[in-house]
Design a protein around this ligand. Structure first.
Ligand code: PLP
Length: 392
């Protein structure tokens, strides 16, 4: 006797991971150089050299017991202090260690935040296109998942739809900027207008409506575009940050949750988040990595390689006649499927060993996601395939 819902989730895996597993198997048959696997957002630039040096320093100057022992449940004080200082320097915030919870990456952080906010009957909105896993995470927290339709082709936020979908049970809206899968960045104007709607609706319903800002790509922006720091626009924001993409550390499972002091009942919310993380068993993030972040919170990625890929792919796809969302951030292009059926197009591309994720599970079935966190050579070698698919 097992939980059928879990069986279902285990059987119908995440579409990204399924395609990536297919790519791995296919590479074993035809050779990795012949598979154009643009399915998964695994960073293709190494972690900064300073991270490697810091690990060596920690191993040399810290007692081995201390390196590997449990930290406090909310995270090492020094780590939280270092992150707070970095946030304050960059965004003029008044963050202190008490406003931070060190998590094992954005995934469990988001699960804890959803659980902390999920009062009985709670509804949580997510702006499409959205990360595929939000729905199981929200539902796992016991809340109702409601998709806000995408704003095509600009991929900002349809505020009319947000407003329409809000009920007194709405406790939060998830936004992700720079966006996976669209590669777009929400403008300050979009965020201010969203803040206005949430403030007005919160007053009408008599409780705050939180923005859950999923921010693994915060530093991955190009051409001088800035990703506004959302708590400075709307204080009832919970930031879920991860070093998976910015420092190329997805396998290490490290990030943080930040609740600004100005959020309503901020201290109580932090306690609820700690309680939710406790119930989920996601406490004491990896100790060595907390120590690394305590010394590396100020590091930023060198985006030159991603930017080169982005330009080469974007320019070529436009030239072949594809419609592509303006790629200001993250490492994804969101491409309208010629013919309008992304699943059918993805299957056609697969026959040529080009792996593109159809947008259905992102809430955008006419679009395909192309991850350009691969080698430049792979991008260049894939271009004739994109061209041939368009001509077909
Ligand atoms: N949110 C978004 C939008 C993502 O793209 C990802 C990973 O790709 C995650 C959350 C999960 O990130 P993490 O590796 O930090 O758990």
């Amino acid at each position: 006797m097992y939980n059928e819902k879990m069986y279902d989730l285990g059987t119908n895996g995440c579409c990204i991971r399924e395609l990536s597993e297919y790519g791995r198997a296919r590479a074993a048959v035809v050779g990795p150089e012949n598979v154009y696997d643009f399915s998964i957002g695994n960073p293709s630039i190494p972690a900064p050299e300073a991270v490697t040096q810091t690990i060596r320093q920690i191993l040399a100057d810290t007692d081995s017991l201390a390196i590997h022992s449990y930290t406090s449940a909310t995270g090492d004080l020094q780590t939280r202090q270092a992150i707070a200082e970095d946030l304050n320097k960059r965004f003029g915030t008044d963050a202190g260690p008490e406003d931070l919870f060190i998590g094992c990456g954005a995934a469990p952080e988001l699960c804890a935040v959803f659980k902390a906010l999920a009062v009985p009957g709670a509804r949580i909105l997510a702006v499409a296109p959205y990360f595929t896993e939000y729905q199981p995470w929200v539902e796992g927290a016991g809340a109702e998942f409601v998709a806000v339709p995408a704003d095509i082709p600009g991929f900002q936020i349809r505020l009319d739809a947000v407003e329409q979908l809000m009920t007194p049970n709405t406790v939060a809206i998830i936004i992700n900027s720079p966006n996976n899968p669209a590669g777009t960045v929400y403008t300050e104007q979009t965020l201010r207008e969203l803040a206005e709607v949430l403030t007005r609706k919160g007053q009408e319903f008599g409780h705050p409506i939180f923005i859950v800002a999923d921010e693994p790509y915060r530093e991955l922006v190009y051409d001088g575009v800035a990703a506004p720091f959302i708590p400075n626009i709307y204080p009832n924001t919970v930031v879920c940050y991860s070093y998976s993409k910015s420092l190329s550390l997805p396998g290490e499972r490290i990030g943080y949750i930040y609740v600004p002091k100005a959020a309503e009942k901020a201290a109580e919310l932090m306690t609820c988040i700690a309680g939710a993380a406790r119930e989920l068993g996601h406490i004491c993030a990896p100790s060595l990595w907390q120590k690394v972040i305590a010394r590396c919170a100020h590091l930023r990625p060198d985006l030159a390689a991603y930017d080169r890929n982005r330009r080469a792919l974007y320019e070529a796809l436009l030239e072949y006649g594809y419609e592509v969302a303006k790629p200001d951030g993250a490492f994804y292009l969101f491409v309208k499927a010629p013919g309008g059926n992304a699943k059918a197009f993805s299957e056609k591309a697969m026959k040529k060993d080009l792996l593109l994720v159809p947008g259905d599970d992102f809430g955008c079935p006419e679009y395909l996601r192309v991850c350009y966190c691969v080698s430049y050579e792979k991008i260049i070698k894939s271009l004739p395939i994109f061209k041939a698919l368009m001509e077909e």
